[in-house]
Design a protein around this ligand. Sequence first.
Ligand code: CP
Length: 304
Amino acid sequence: MQHLVETQQFDRESLQKLFALTTKLEGVRNDSLHGKIMASLFYEPSTRTRLSFESAMLRLGGGVLTMENGKESSSQSKGETLEDSIKVVSQYADIIVMRHAEVGSAARAATVSPIPVINAGDGNMGQHPTQALLDLYTIQRELGREDDIHVAVVGNLKYYRSPRSLAYLLSKYKDIRVTFISSPELRMEDDVKDHLKENGVKFIETEDMTEGIKDADVVYQTRIAKEWIKNDAEYEKQRGRYIITRAVADAMKKGAIIIHPLPRVGEIEAEVDGSPHAVYFKQVGYGLLVRMALLETMLNGRKI
Ligand code: CP
């Protein structure tokens, strides 16, 4: 795997290998990437993705060049094309981790880059493959199995790249059921639903959260993203529609988990944090490990 652009690049075997390495990296600090440099190019805001990749690189002995707020702080603001920026940065680093507002930007970067490019999120309806990988790792590790899982995805399914990426990964497994819970305006797009159909994954769509999550093994809550729903009236209409309260969490079945890519802005109440179902902060820690495994794999030539 030269570049990581979308989750369709993985199969079951490569996921198993990546996750086996992920588990081995728990607590590790070593020098396996000594002398290697990662450039993090973030043209959109981020806390988790940028800092966890940078922490992962430092824990493996590598170095980091970081650019946040790239839309304003980089030479893009002077009119430099993404392609030219990548051709330049690829001479300073050994791997690029990039977040950009345009769908397809990671693929464009990969086309011109002589060094590996990792897509850290491209556009509101693009992909966020490393988030989906850590989501899947969290699901499998917490539930202790890979197959026979019911995932309920709640809230903003239209303008949210992470559940889109996760759907492609879930389709690699057996007996996966997906319940998409959203308002009609924020339904999952047809390209993802067509993929699930083609791969025999059973899914339903509903507006009823109580009914939709009662049998779920995983409740994947999402944020109504203000930055992607440009119409203020529409944003106000959507936010607050699906809130996980402690009472909602308490009604979930035994052993079921709540995950969220974070940040949250009210769609999981703070009182849920103490619930045995709440694993969204543990998920952050798993994310660090998955990103360590990806860097180790892509920079040290491991086959996955
Ligand atoms: N989940 C996620 O991508 O978080 P950040 O936007 O903080 O990176």
